[in-house]
Design a protein around this ligand. Structure first.
Ligand code: GLC
Length: 436
């Protein structure tokens, strides 16, 4: 998918927040808990009966997200368990009938919009609550013959239901910038059942309807139509897309679970998150990080702290992320480049001693500085010095002969960096490219 006019915001945003919140947050052990433990609708009802996130403050979530540097949000309106976070007329299995009794999705959309964050809605194509949804190998009732006999499923009805729901969301909540469907699995074959794809969801008609209601919306790639924003999940791409116009976003968790998972302490460090973000932008993609708030509607302190620390890094280094993209220059070892116009940003993942040699940049840089404090980084540009070893050595006495020898390759530029690594998650040096 390529970026059309009016949709540039997506690629410029670069950093998005995924929010997984629903009944599974009450179970507190992964958003797939219903099917992992093969829980029936009746067995799952206790989470519905106790869904009352009394400490949830939509304003605070929005402000946190803004302070943490996120530019767009993707909120789970309905996850695979079928519970709806909005006031839907299509099913009573929604937030208004839970003890919470508030249109949570509506409130969140409003508050996030107020702080200038773009709105993405996650909608699960799978639905383990609706009896019309044909039982397959992912379904919690896959081994329950009685349920299967009683509920033969009718995907035609289900298609209508999901179309109506999507229409509802796109009609009742103003501009939705991004619609995030999850997911198609046509190639799955469990023997007694098979996976689902475009024909089951009615993807072609669905997509058509979506663009009719909101022509500028982005849609992800999980409708099984071979188009849309590509969403590689939980892994890093090795390279940029072959077609640089392709829009992609990698979605990631903090601890491997999307929904709140109390006993899972497998958290990434802030440094790892920041590095993933940088690495993604250096390959021309967007990075979307997830939070799974707890049953009372709060962000757990570990997640909160990680995101805050990354946000603090972004406060000083956002220039190298927002609106930036891959660079045609090849970064030195342990570094990543991003570029925005004539600014080239060197992200240093591992701080070396004193010098960094930048291939291809000889004669091309007019100024270099650290982003965190704006201080100048001096450099030896052998091209400008005409490859004169003596002049170079005299200019920077502290640089050893060996380095100079290497730097004398006129295609190289040598940065003269401080011995002490700036105390930042990832130090960044901004290089201003000469005009032309
Ligand atoms: C997956 C999972 C799901 C999660 C999603 C986010 O496909 O089914 O639980 O919501 O990825 O990308």
């Amino acid at each position: 998918m390529t970026v059309k006019n009016g949709r540039k915001w997506f690629s410029e945003s670069r950093y998005g927040l995924f929010i997984h919140f629903g009944l599974y947050s009450v179970a507190g052990r992964h958003e797939w808990v219903q099917t992992l433990e093969e829980i029936s609708v009746e067995g799952y009802k206790k989470y519905f009966d106790h869904f009352n996130p009394d400490l949830l403050n939509p304003k605070e979530w929005a402000q946190n997200a803004k302070d943490d540097g996120f530019k767009y949000v993707i909120i789970t309106a309905k996850h695979h368990d079928g519970f709806c976070l909005w006031d839907t007329k299509e099913t009573s299995y929604n937030v208004m009938n839970s003890p919470y009794q508030r249109d949570l999705l509506g409130e969140l959309i409003e508050e996030f919009r107020k702080v200038g964050i773009k709105i993405g809605i996650y909608y699960s194509l799978l639905d383990w609550y609706q009896p019309d949804f044909l039982v397959d190998g992912y379904h919690p009732m896959r081994n329950n013959k009685e349920y299967i006999d009683k509920n033969p499923g009718d995907m035609k009805n289900y298609r209508q239901f999901l179309t109506n729901q999507v229409k509802e969301i796109l009609t009742n909540y103003g501009t939705i910038d991004y619609l995030w469907f999850d997911f198609s699995y046509k190639s799955r074959d469990w023997g007694t059942s098979v996976g689902k794809g475009a024909a089951d969801w009615g993807s072609v008609e669905l997509e058509k309807m979506i663009y009719e209601i909101q022509p500028n919306i982005f849609i992800n790639d999980r409708l099984d139509l071979n188009r849309g924003v590509l969403t590689p999940e939980q892994f890093a791409r090795n390279n940029a897309m072959e077609n640089e116009e392709d829009v992609w976003e990698t979605v990631q968790t903090l601890n491997n679970s999307w929904g709140y998972d109390r006993d899972n302490l497998n958290f990434k460090t802030s440094e790892m998150v920041a590095k993933q973000l940088v690495d993604t932008v250096s390959k021309g993609g967007n990075f979307t990080m997830n939070i799974g708030p707890n049953a009372r509607g709060e962000w757990d302190s570990t997640s909160d702290e990680i995101l805050e620390t990354v946000g603090e890094w972004l406060r000083k280094h956002g220039d190298s992320i927002y609106g930036a993209t891959l660079s045609k220059f090849k970064a030195p070892l342990d570094c990543r480049y991003t570029q925005k116009g004539n600014k080239l940003f060197l992200h240093i993942f591992s701080w070396p001693y004193r010098t960094i040699l930048l291939p291809e940049l000889g004669g091309k840089i007019s100024f270099a500085r650290l982003l965190n404090d704006g201080s100048e980084i001096r450099f030896t540009d052998t091209k400008n010095l005409g490859g004169d070893r003596k002049a170079t050595t005299n200019l920077y006495k502290e640089i050893t002969e060996v380095h100079v020898k290497e730097a004398l390759d006129p295609s190289m530029l040598m940065l003269n960096i401080p011995v002490r690594r700036p105390n930042e998650l990832i130090p960044v040096i901004e290089l201003t490219l000469k005009e032309g």
